[in-house]
Structures are given as C-alpha cells and as structure tokens.
Design a protein around this ligand. Structure first.
Ligand SMILES: C[S@@+](CC[C@H](N)C(=O)[O-])C[C@H]1O[C@@H](n2cnc3c(N)ncnc32)[C@H](O)[C@@H]1O
Length: 317
C-alpha cells in the first residue's frame, strides 16, 4: 500500500511540472516529443496510399499545417520590409547579384585553376544556375505541378503511358511527367533554343532525371516525325497553341492525330481560337475530318496560389 502511494506521488512529481512546462512553453513539446511517430491509423493510411496517387490529400494538408504549427511559423510577413526583417542571419541575393557573384567568385569554395581544368562534369552556364528561366513565362514556376496533376487525373495517367507535350519550354510542367512516367515515355517538341538549353543543362540534371531519357526535339514547324514512330496516350499543349499561327496548329494536328491512340486524349490550355476563329461549323468539320471529338472545357485550381487555368479536352475517335 505504501509503495503504491509512493508510485502515485512520484507520477505527480514528474508529470505535473512537465505539464506546466508544456502549457507555458508549447515549443518544448516539439523538442522533447518530435512528431515523427504515426498513429496506427496514420501508418495504415500511408502504407495504403496508391503508388501512382497524384495530388494532395486532406491528410497531406493537415500534416503540413501541423508541421508549420509545431515549428511556430505564424503568418508570413505582410510587407516587403517585414520580409527583410525576417532575414536574420540569412544572406539574400537577387538573381542579378547571385549571377554577379557566380561570375566573379564561382561560389564560395572554388578551384583557382584555369577553365580547361574545370572539375565540373556537366558545366552549367551561370544564367541557368540562378534559375532566371523559372520566370520566363510570367506565371509562377509552381503552376507546372498543378498542370501535371490536372492532366494526370483527367486522363487516368499510368506509368506505362506515352505522353507528348507540344512546346514544353523549360519543362516547368514536363519535369513532373518525366518523374512520373517510365523512362523514355515523355516526349516533347519545342522550338526555343534557350528553353531547351535550360531543360537539358539545368532542369534534367538538377532534378536527377537524366536517367528518364525524355525524348525532346527541337523543331520550328511541329515536325512530329522527328520523334520517331510512336503512339501517344496523352498529348498536351500548355500555353503553346495560342502562340502559334492557326495554320501551323492545323497542319501540326494533321500530322499528330494519326500518332495518337484511339481513345487517346488531347489537352489544350487557355483557348482554342485556332478552331473557333473558323466559325462553329467549319471548326467542327475540321475536327471530325481529323477524328478528334471535343470533350469539353474544364478548369483546375492551383494548390499554391489563387489561380485557375482553362483546359479544352479532345478525344481521338
Ligand atoms: C508560354 S510557353 C509555355 C511552356 C510550357 N508549356 C509551360 O507551360 O511552362 C510557350 C512555349 O511554346 C513554344 N512554342 C511556340 N511556338 C512553337 C512551335 N512552333 N513549335 C514548338 N514550340 C513552340 C515556345 O517556345 C514556348 O516554350
């Protein structure tokens, strides 16, 4: 009896002060009990998550919010001055300053030898290292993930599918397809040398995706034959057709549609003025001749910014 009293007393002596500490200084809870253990239900949910699952679940959002709360991050600063105030012990550089530093000092620890003895296996131009090309198309780079998730879900994308992007630019969207698909199954036709340089010299190596062997060709006139004899499950043009003359889009589609599998999908972002400018009847007639059926218009929201994008979907019949 005496020993059980002592046990209860010692429990109080240990737990009550700890409880008070946790209540007064909640941050200590994350130090003493880092939230890296999962409940059996969480563990099961993690394990049962499909390998091919694309997108963010409610649990993902709850988890990331809880991690930010644990880290006591609070709300982000509201003004430019407040952002600067937050940079304690951080050495922020604008892209221009970073470029200047790279050119002048080649990074903090650098070899003094001449350029011929460069130790880099795949030397990347400084302009690309500072990721200037992430702002090449106006929209935030992160929007590329939104496009991938929208198309992957809308087309029930599988790893073995073959996908063609028309005008992939710097792979803002393409990187996500390349990572998801089996090696060799992402193809792109692009005309801009600067974008292709960024894709090959910076994006693919820095994302560890060279082994995925994407097939990316340079062409001004949608010469799909350069991509070899392939049949596609999904074709998409993200902000690309609207930058091309209507005539080129139509001649391109004539060459492209025979390379799409029956039932294969075509997604075109923003608008289909190349078709609507012809007038409804003529537009429908041309689509019918090509064996393309208009499925409809959809929009998708961005995960990270309050933005939506319009997509037109077609199916090869
Ligand atoms: C606004 S950017 C979009 C890039 C990428 N699809 C994205 O969403 O990030 C349009 C891209 O279409 C490419 N483009 C324009 N005309 C083209 C053509 N005739 N053939 C191939 N690509 C073309 C441009 O070079 C540019 O990279």
């Amino acid at each position: 009896m005496a020993s059980s009293k002592a046990l209860v007393l010692s429990w109080f002596v240990v737990s009550v002060p700890l409880l008070v500490i946790f209540l007064l200084f909640p941050h200590t809870a994350t130090i003493l009990c880092p939230s890296i253990s999962f409940s059996p239900q969480q563990q099961q949910a993690l394990e049962s998550r499909e390998e091919d699952a694309v997108g963010v679940s409610r649990e993902d959002l709850t988890w990331v919010s809880s991690q930010m709360a644990n880290a006591q991050l609070g709300d982000p600063p509201k003004s430019a001055e407040d952002w600067i105030q937050m940079r304690k012990g951080i050495n922020p550089r604008t892209r221009e300053e970073q470029l200047y530093d790279l050119r002048r000092y080649h990074g903090i620890s650098h070899y003094e030898e001449s350029e011929e003895k460069n130790h880099t296996r795949l030397p990347c131009p400084s302009e690309l290292l500072v990721e200037q090309h992430h702002s090449n198309y106006g929209e935030p780079w992160a929007g590329g993930r939104d496009v991938f998730e929208f198309i992957a879900k809308a087309s029930a994308l599988k790893r073995h599918h073959r996908v063609l992007e028309v005008g992939c630019g710097t792979l803002r969207v393409g990187l996500h397809f390349i990572r998801f698909l089996a090696a060799g199954n992402y193809h792109c036709i692009e005309k801009d040398p600067l974008s292709l340089m960024a894709a090959f010299s910076y994006e693919l190596p820095s994302q560890g995706l060279l082994h995925k062997r994407p097939v990316i060709v340079r062409s001004d006139n949608l010469e799909f034959e350069l991509l070899g004899d392939n049949e596609y499950d999904v074709v998409y043009a993200s902000a690309a057709f609207l930058h091309m003359p209507d005539k080129l889009v139509w001649t391109g589609l004539e060459k492209l549609v025979p390379r799409i599998k029956p039932g294969g999908r075509v997604f075109v972002s923003h608008n289909i003025k190349f078709c609507s400018r012809l007038g409804g009847d003529e537009c429908n007639k041309k689509l019918r001749e090509l064996k393309l059926e208009y499925v409809g218009k959809q929009t998708h929201d961005s995960l990270l910014f309050n933005h939506y994008e319009i997509w037109h979907q077609f199916v090869k019949v």
